[in-house]
Design a protein around this ligand. Sequence first.
Ligand SMILES: Cc1ncc(COP(=O)(O)O)c(C=O)c1O
Length: 390
Amino acid sequence: MKKRKNSDAFNDLHIRVPFVLPEITNEDKRVILATLNQNLLTDGPKLKEFENKFAKFAGAKYAIGVSNATAALQLSLKAIGIGKGDQVIVPDLTFVASINAILFTGATPVIVDIDKEDYNISIDSIKKSLTKKTKAIMPVHFAGKSCKMHEIQTIARKNNLRIIEDCAHAIGGKLNKKHVGTFGDAGCFSFYPTKNLTTFEGGMVITNSKKISETIKTLRNHGITKSYQDRFTKGKPWEYDVSIPGYNYRLDEIRAALGISQLKRITQNNLKRKKAALYYNSKLKNIKSIITPKILKDEDHACHLYVLRFKKQGKFSRDDLFTKLLKNGIRSSVHYKPLHTFTAYKRNAKIFDKLINSKQIYREIISLPLYPQITRKQQDLVLKNLVIKH
Ligand SMILES: Cc1ncc(COP(=O)(O)O)c(C=O)c1O
């Protein structure tokens, strides 16, 4: 089979270090082709197998495959009863999909500040932003680092709140050996091409609640009470009910098969990511202008992104660093432009407090290339370009 070119998604041939590099192996290609011979192309045996294996991998009772993580978040919120009039707390530093999912339910997102140390949702801000309308918290395990879930659980317990974890960055991420996504009511994962495991597009919900699992299974399939397979194996195919208007958020068999194949490599690939991240850290720890991400040796950090803080050097800013890296064939990015800066959320969300940390941190962060296949030579080239000479 033909090998993909070792260039990034934009096919820039001068790029020596792409930002991400999805890994589709020959075995991945083989399983994709094999599913083309199945009779059921969606809602079939591969989906069931992927769900079972993912649930086992994450230590959850149930896993429900869906079309992407945005759908996973929306359906999880709906399954716990979030809707109009409710408030859901979300951190300012996350991808727009987190807040969009809240808005799709009709609820009001409440944007809160982040923690200065790990860039995850600030526990203090959660506490201060609580109102009578607060119904849920959506922690996002930013860059693959687990949020302070025990503190969040305590707040939720005291105030009768639900928790939906956005684990898009954190496949394989654990806190005290317990997989993220199992602390709250549900955890939502993304298999978008930049993620640690990809099915091109795809997502998964994990939960220990049978009720949530059943509701999401129904909602992902138009609200129909029987799966496609069940319709043809259990009684008359047209004899089903629609208990609640649902969506088409299914995960097809090709993607599910690819997911099973990728899942076999996730632990090994995450270790490679961590090794590369710790290498950056070891080389950058004594540079005054740089604050490296906190990744502990014995921590199960999913190392999805390598996000460092770059303090302005004279007139040389984070944006100048981005341009310098690009000129030298290195792609980098910024995760993320904070939610409060977007027109749609200025209008439709509640912005809590001054968001001091996220505003400052946003000006200084830069994400460097990080993926299992990154070479020492590529990392050394990145590192060489991080030293700013005046
Ligand atoms: C933090 C976060 N949440 C949610 C999503 C949405 O994932 P998807 O593209 O699978 O809908 C992403 C995707 O990039 C993300 O980074």
